[in-house]
Design a protein. Sequence first.
Lengths: 114, 115
Amino acid sequence: KQEVTQIPAALSVPEGENLVLNCSFTDSAIYNLQWFRQDPGKGLTSLLLIQSSQREQTSGRLNASLDKSSGRSTLYIAASQPGDSATYLCAVRRYSGGSYIPTFGRGTSLIVHP
Amino acid sequence: KAGVTQTPRYLIKTRGQQVTLSCSPISGHRSVSWYQQTPGQGLQFLFEYFSETQRNKGNFPGRFSGRQFSNSRSEMNVSTLELGDSALYLCASSPSGTGVTDTQYFGPGTRLTVL
């Protein structure tokens, strides 16, 4: 059974810091890994999607890497801003019944203070 | 393009009752998935529908059921509610769900409280 762990569970940093959020998974037979952001009381917003054959993806100040063999992914946030405050979740997908089913980590709750 | 909408946004029920939640996917999306999010268990996959057929199901009891209509709108039903069913129920849609690059778009969720 796939298990996804995110470390740290919570993080509080001053504005401007560069951050690394970690995601590890136990079964390396994944098709892709996706990072999401969730604001309080709201749904998830997709940030980055990395295919199993890729090593990293970048979008603006965000960079996600994937090391499938070791079961790890990191989300790097450059020059953090208060607007980055949210919970960040990673999800790995397996193939089942014709579609790709995600298993989510518990998330990292990030607070960036001015 | 309108996003994924879920109704109602908030719901309070008592133990033993049943509840129906509704999800309207993004226009043109045919895959709809449902998730339960609780502080204790995190975000867990409930089921996925595609073309009115349940394509995948998570590890939840039979009290949890769903269906999808021909216009891709979906409903989920929980019968004989328990206190532990209190959660944020999220719906997500994607074009087909079969593409490895398919991204899911999430709705704002329905907050269910069982008293």
